[in-house]
Design a protein around this ligand. Structure first.
Ligand SMILES: [Fe+2]
Length: 192
């Protein structure tokens, strides 16, 4: 059992072939506003969280298969939980690893440092820590050039980070994304 628990549940990401329709539906039903959108991805929120919903456009990201409703591609990509600190996120990683539960993707999104896990049914979830102390800073990052340049993220090695954190490197050194390349592929169900 892991002794470290998430602080809060924060968002859900859907994969869709009805990208514009989906964005409009969530705007209408939740009074959500688009925080960032490009042809492949859209991030929406209805409160002080930087995003409550995101949509991945399969027509752009997986154009080779076009069945509108095939489960496994269309549907929930992941649910996300926020941890209180980078230390919590990395120590939880280590505790789970000792029980042979490992993330399939460790990526620095810019506004969050994230680890993605899959449960035994392959439902995907993101464990994350916020990079910015305020919503204003997170929103500014999502509206800025580095997010437009790389809205997916840059991969990192959690063992290396945990070792360096324990050796005294301050968390801010990891939380501020200073390199924006290479753009990571989206891992998990997208890869299969
Ligand atoms: Fe996410």
């Amino acid at each position: 059992m892991s002794g470290i628990r998430p602080m809060k549940f924060v968002h859900v990401v859907y994969r869709t072939r009805r990208f514009e329709q989906m964005v409009r539906w969530y705007e209408t039903v939740f009074g959500a506003k688009v925080q960032y959108q490009n042809p492949a991805l859209a991030f929406l929120t209805y409160d002080s969280e930087h995003h409550r919903f995101a949509f991945a456009n399969l027509d752009i990201l997986k154009p080779e298969s076009s069945e509108k409703d095939r489960r496994g591609l269309v549907g929930v990509d992941h649910l996300a939980y926020t941890y209180a600190s980078l230390k919590d996120l990395l120590e939880n990683y280590e505790q789970l690893k000792a029980q042979h539960i490992k993330p399939y993707w460790c990526v620095h999104h810019g506004m969050t440092v994230s680890m993605y896990y899959a449960d035994p049914d392959r439902n995907q979830m993101e464990f994350q820590v916020d990079c910015f102390a305020s919503t204003e800073e997170a929103n500014a990052f999502m509206e800025g050039p580095h997010f437009a340049e790389n809205p997916i993220g840059v991969e990192y090695d959690p063992d290396d980070w945990l070792a360096r954190l324990r050796a005294g490197t301050p968390p801010s050194e990891f939380l501020v994304r200073r390199i924006h390349e290479p753009v990571s592929p989206i891992r998990g169900s997208f890869a299969s």
